[in-house]
Design a protein around this ligand. Structure first.
Ligand code: GLU
Length: 450
């Protein structure tokens, strides 16, 4: 297999997807970003081409789209659209979160499901890839409205999931509250207390320690591994973090615990800068307890300031953690980060950096950790939750964090090794894509044309 033949094969597969999925820009972006890096893996494995691995990989095994009707507090009928894309189950049950956000559509869910295949493979926890969600936006809704929505959503979803088939969890807009309502309705509909059907559950009814913290902690552990390779450390370094949801909050917490100084947090209205380092207690109070805007943080903390509608990347730092949402870090943001001497960009969110910004950062010598590797701690800890549920066991916080730490080290090392093996040491994008791809492709090859 020559380099040119592998490239031509990839181009042909991408062309088919572009025709078939022409109205799915986020999915095509995620797909191109993976396919562009697979030439060396295909040169080494021509059998993957013969077996039609790429053609099968870019087409979900199944996608479900459904109506979600619910009554608001004024008894008016509301209708949202629900999705579950079951992308690939070669390594295990479909696994991936549910996103409730007004921007959700099939393209967004397919991009997330596609990323999840490779991310989950990197964790080596034997989980396939899937994703779901709805264009429902929980912001500004009462608890009762959120409950009725979740119950209606599960009234369709329950037929497509179980602990061996497909195991949803949280993502943007889906946290402990939503998982609780979803699980309650699943239990009522099936008459079974099937713990392993969802992850991110409350701790007294099957949830795992560290699951809440895992994505943010994991991203910081990954950055720490990158620094350790060059004999450096997080201790004493400034970090900019975008977002103020679950991922951002626990990235900020872990950076602080490791001696770093996280100076920002943001939401869709703007960002706050706190030169003393974000006060994690206050941030949790504002965002987790009160579900208020980020400006509330600055209103209550002397010396912190709120910048409306600005870009968090304008704040100088050596470490950057985009933890908000897709395509939030553009070329403009990358340029600002480079001007301030950024060393590491580690993606806590899924695909937060645009492809042009990734190239720019990498070409300037920044160590760039793609979300597939850097944010895999969340789903990896979900897999640990599934193990504990299956064994009717419960691990303590310390044991769980130690496992997470070990998994992130392993994800880092296998990603780095793949980058070396396929000719570009330190290119974590190439490393994550090829390491994840080869694992899934081998499983698909073994299991025949299905
Ligand atoms: N939504 C998370 C992610 O993007 C976690 C999914 C899970 O725990 O299943 O990986």
């Amino acid at each position: 297999m020559t380099h040119a033949a592998a490239k031509a094969h990839i181009e042909a597969v991408a062309e088919t997807a572009r025709t078939r999925s022409h109205n799915e820009p986020e999915f095509l972006q995620a797909m191109d970003e993976v396919l562009d890096t697979l030439v060396p893996a295909l040169v080494e494995h021509p059998e993957f081409i013969e077996a039609g691995i790429l053609e099968r990989l870019i087409e979900p095994e199944r996608q479900i789209i459904f109506r979600v009707p619910w009554l608001d507090d004024q008894n008016r009928v509301q209708v949202n659209r629900g999705f579950r894309v079951q992308f690939n189950s070669a390594l295990g049950p479909f696994k991936g979160g549910l996103r409730f956000h007004s921007s959700v559509n099939l393209s967004v869910i397919k991009f997330l499901g596609f990323e999840q295949i490779f991310k989950n493979a990197l964790t080596r926890q034997r989980i396939g890839g899937g994703k779901g969600g709805s264009d429902f936006d929980p912001h500004g809704k009462s608890d009762a409205e959120v409950m009725r929505f979740c119950q209606s959503f599960m009234t369709e979803l329950y037929r497509h999931i179980d602990d061996q088939t497909d195991v949803p969890a949280g993502d943007i807009g889906v946290g402990a509250r939503e998982i609780g309502y979803l699980f309650g309705q699943y239990r009522r509909l099936t008459g079974r207390h099937e713990s392993g059907v969802l992850t991110g559950k409350g701790k007294v009814w099957g949830g795992a320690e560290v699951r809440t913290e895992a994505t943010g902690y994991g991203a910081v552990f990954f950055a720490q591994e990158m620094l350790n390779r060059t004999g450096e450390d997080i201790d004493g370094r400034r970090a900019v973090v975008s977002g103020s949801g679950n991922v951002a909050i626990y990235a900020i917490e872990k950076i602080t615990q490791l001696g770093g100084v996280p100076v920002t947090a943001s939401d869709s209205s703007g960002y706050v800068v706190d030169e003393q380092g974000i006060d994690i207690g206050l941030l949790k109070q504002v965002k987790e307890v009160e579900r208020a805007r980020i400006s509330e943080y600055a209103a209550r903390k002397p010396n912190a300031r709120f910048v409306a509608n600005g870009s968090v990347w304008d704040v100088p730092a050596e470490l950057a953690f985009p933890c908000a949402t897709q395509n939030e870090l553009t070329v403009q943001g990358a340029r600002a980060l480079l001007d301030s001497g950024v060393r590491i960009v580690a993606e806590g969110a899924n695909m937060p950096t645009t492809p042009e910004a990734v190239v720019m950062l990498q070409q300037s010598g920044v160590l760039f950790a793609p979300g597939k590797a850097a944010n895999s701690g969340g789903v990896a800890t979900s897999a640990l939750e599934m193990s504990q549920n299956a064994a009717r066991d419960r691990w303590d916080f310390e044991q769980s964090e130690t496992r997470l730490r070990a998994i992130m080290r392993d994800v880092h090392d296998s990603t780095y090794e793949a980058s070396e093996r396929f000719g570009r040491p330190g290119d974590y994008v190439l490393g994550a894509n090829t390491a994840g791809f080869v694992t899934v492709a081998e499983a698909m090859l073994d299991q025949g044309v299905i």
